[in-house]
Write a protein that binds this ligand. Structure first.
Ligand code: C2E
Ligand code: MG
Ligand code: MG
Length: 414
């Protein structure tokens, strides 16, 4: 952790450099003060240190952090390719602070108010950049938002919900597909549908930014209907080329608040003449845990109708095992974190081995996510993993490009 002066120094140098320059963040932790009164200074101090360690673990090696005060930090994220990468970093931070801040073995959930200022070519010096981020963070705290972005002379909110509403209604969203590879048969057997938003005003916006926005802004129903329809239409088209291909669609568990979700899914399958067995619905475990009974019932009905149900990011929630008992899972997707550590960490290897064995005992197919090199793929094959997905096999690509890689169309009548 740097001092404020040292951070300003580094910022001043970076602001002069050509090329992508990055962003400054100010982070205010909102629960520290109560915490101090409730638990005493000693524990509060350890919480502060835990927070510093957590920040260090979430940031990239060349990111810099400084403590501004008891409850606030300044972060400098240099050389970001574009503004969305700053939002990704913000997302990672917020998630880690909510889920992983531990003191003495217990998890302290911390709410934060973040202010973001991207470094642009307007001559602002280091102190001014920090002031802008600080202003934005104060504004976030006042208005109860997690993030406020400083934009060209005014403090504004993040992407306006109206922009997302228009995107959902108006053709700015697209489905990209990432192949899913069968380790035994050595071929592509499916694809995961991943939403992409190319906004004319905000550039590429990550689904990790706009899916939570849709959830919080009451747009998740419309977004999910768009995603299901687009994915199933593409699934039908892809299956003309490869009739056994499966498409996996991510589903926000928030959608289960709607009463007729099951009917909506089944209607979409009929509309595109896609058999239920060609579709896998992916849900993340932590999110479903918000209302396990209701979502469990709905997933059960979808499962009975013949659809696959995958637990996404398996191993990152708190209740993986409870989940396996309760949910009609047909697939388990091992989180990228475990997969990436396979080559270097013996414990991760054992954990992944156990997950695979556990799933197989339950008759569940295992997908490894985030496979980035040949060695990892080989290790996974050795562990008996069924399916794999990752940049090493192929990154997500526009749906039409994916379909073009499939075999030539079958002759009519075949
Ligand atoms: P996910 O469902 O776990 O999707 C996998 C994410 O990992 C994708 O990020 C994918 O591009 C990325 N990925 C794939 N292979 C690799 C690899 O080898 N290395 C690394 N580092 N990353 C890899 P993406 O597309 O940014 O999506 C992020 C998350 O946003 C998804 O995580 C999913 O939870 C959510 N999401 C994406 N599209 C949709 C959607 O249409 N609906 C809903 N509800 N959520 C979506
Ligand atoms: Mg997924
Ligand atoms: Mg995943």
């Amino acid at each position: 952790m740097l001092t404020r002066a040292a951070l300003l120094d580094r910022l001043a140098t970076a602001a002069q450099e050509p090329g992508p320059r990055g962003a400054v963040l100010v982070l205010r932790v909102l629960q520290q003060r109560d915490f101090r009164i409730d638990f005493g200074y000693d524990l509060a101090e350890r919480a502060g240190l835990a927070l510093e360690r957590l920040l260090a673990s979430v940031l990239r090696p060349h990111d810099l952090a400084a403590r501004l005060g008891d409850d606030s930090f300044a972060l400098f994220l240099p050389r970001l390719a574009n503004a969305n990468h700053a939002l990704l970093a913000v997302n990672r931070l917020v998630r880690a602070l909510r889920d992983e801040l531990r003191v003495d073995g217990s998890i302290l959930s911390s709410e934060v108010a973040l202010g973001l200022c991207e470094i642009v070519d307007d001559g602002a010096g280091a102190a001014e950049l920090l002031r802008r981020a600080d202003l934005a963070s104060a504004q976030a705290q006042r208005s109860g938002q997690t993030l406020v972005r400083w934009a060209s002379g005014r403090v504004s909110g993040t992407i306006p919900l109206q922009d997302l509403r228009e995107a959902v209604g108006g053709g700015e969203l697209a489905v990209w597909l990432q192949p899913i590879w069968d380790l035994r048969r050595q071929r592509v057997v499916g694809a995961e549908s991943l939403a992409r938003w190319a906004s004319p005003r905000h550039g590429w916006v990550s689904p990790e930014v706009f899916v939570p926005m849709a959830e919080q802004g009451g747009l998740i129903g419309d977004f999910t209907r768009w995603s299901l329809n687009a994915s199933l239409r593409l699934c039908a088209e892809a299956r003309l080329h490869q009739p056994d291909l499966q498409v996996a669609v991510n589903i926000s568990p928030r959608i289960f608040a709607e009463d007729d979700v099951v009917e909506q899914v089944l209607a979409a399958l009929r509309l595109w003449s896609v058999p239920p067995a060609a579709v896998v619905l992916e849900v993340t475990e932590s999110a479903v845990m918000e209302d396990p009974h209701r979502s469990g019932r709905m997933l059960q009905r979808l499962h009975e109708a013949g659809l696959g149900v995958a637990i996404d990011d398996f191993g990152t929630g708190y209740s993986s095992f409870a989940y396996l008992r309760q949910f009609p899972a047909t697939e388990l997707k091992i989180d990228q974190g475990f997969v990436r550590a396979l080559r270097s960490e013996a414990r991760s290897l054992q954990l992944v081995r156990s997950m695979i064995d556990l799933a197989h005992h339950l008759g569940i197919t295992v997908v490894a996510e985030g496979v980035e090199d040949a060695e990892t793929l080989q290790i996974l094959a050795g562990l008996g993993c069924d399916l794999a997905q990752g940049f090493h096999i192929r990154p997500p690509q526009p749906a039409e490009d994916f379909i073009a890689t499939l075999t030539a169309p079958l002759p009519a009548g075949a």
